[in-house]
Design a protein around this ligand. Structure first.
Ligand SMILES: Nc1ncnc2c1ncn2[C@@H]1O[C@H](COP(=O)(O)OP(=O)(O)OP(=O)(O)O)[C@@H](O)[C@H]1O
Length: 305
């Protein structure tokens, strides 16, 4: 379990992480979501003792990571920046890590196999693609068979097969009872991987809830109505207290499900050409939630004046 209590990190006058409290529970995948610059990496670095909090604290299984006698056996981590010796082979890189952490070298071949790098284990890592580097980073994270796994943007640079592999791996690790904390700026990807979501923007927690609750709370829906009797239908629906907005040739209706909207229109003796429940995508929900906290927002062309 990872527990952060009023965790804060400032760099000069900039507050990267602002009074953040959360727990990451074992046995499930917790997705750590936020737009670029939200403070995800800084938080993860503090979890791993690589950055010192300005105030507040964070513990892993009840103690600070820096106080752990065998860190690699306690927490496995993949961080965004890769620090690899380019001339070393993948196997040598892992062997070196294993030896320096008192892990039997037989474990090296196990993790190479687990991440699908066995056939290229003798190649120099300097020639690895981004995706192979990510796999090697994950192999290193799993070397100590740790109960807590922290992955910062693990799907960066992976192809669709690789992305699916990371998703399955994260879920398998959680199913084994481990604490799995995975960051991403991709909402849709996280929705498929994580059981629980921690969403941050500008260093603050915006949501801390199950993925299912996030979807039902934030992914708005409306009923699309197409009718040749546009104005009459809008009047009837509004008279029943529904929120009706005209968009081009369609009406967007909120407040009742599609069947109930259809019945109201039918009872009024009016015609319907289309009745569809439209859900906004999760990506839209995430953008709406974090809109005020995006560090580098593009201004739509023409909106500058
Ligand atoms: N070493 C540092 N010195 C100064 N500012 C920093 C430092 N590290 C991070 N920041 C700032 O802190 C804020 C949070 O950065 P962080 O990298 O944690 O965000 P992030 O959510 O991981 O974003 P990304 O997905 O872009 O990596 C940003 O405004 C960033 O510019």
């Amino acid at each position: 379990m990872i527990t952060a209590h009023r965790l804060t990190k400032t760099y000069g006058r900039r507050t990267a992480v602002d009074n953040v409290s959360f727990t990451v529970e074992p046995g499930r995948v917790t997705g750590f979501l936020g737009p670029n610059g939200a403070g995800k990496s800084t938080t993860m670095r503090m979890v791993l003792g690589l950055d010192r909090p300005t105030s507040g604290s964070v513990t892993v299984n009840g103690r600070r990571y820096a106080d752990s006698p065998a860190p690699l056996r306690e927490v496995g981590a993949l961080l965004e920046a890769r620090a690899l010796h380019p001339g070393r082979s993948a196997r040598d890189h892992l062997r070196w890590l294993a030896v320096s952490n008192g892990i039997p070298s037989a474990r090296v071949d196990e993790v190479l196999d687990l991440v699908g790098l066995t056939t290229v284990a003798g190649q120099r890592v300097g020639r690895f693609s981004l995706g192979m580097g990510q796999r090697l980073g994950i192999a290193a994270a799993l070397l100590g068979d740790p109960p807590v796994v922290v992955l910062d943007e693990p799907v960066n640079g992976l192809d669709p097969e690789g992305i699916r592999w990371v998703r399955t791996l994260a879920r398998d690790l959680a199913a084994e009872g481990r604490t799995v904390f995975v960051s991403s700026h991709l909402m849709a990807e996280m929705a498929q991987t994580a059981d629980h979501l921690l969403v941050i923007g500008r260093g603050r927690v915006l949501a801390d809830c199950s993925t299912a609750d996030f979807i039902s709370d934030h992914a708005a829906s409306y009923v699309r109505v197409r009718t040749p009797q546009h104005d009459a239908v809008a009047t009837v629906l509004r008279r029943h207290g529904l929120d009706v907005a005209a968009h081009g040739g369609e009406l967007r209706v909120q407040g009742l499900d599609a069947a109930a909207v259809g019945e109201l229109v039918g009872h009024a003796g009016l015609l319907l050409h289309e009745l569809t429940l439209v859900r906004s995508s999760l990506e839209d929900a995430f953008m709406t939630l974090t809109a005020d906290s995006v560090e580098y927002a593009a201004t739509p062309a023409g909106a500058q004046r």
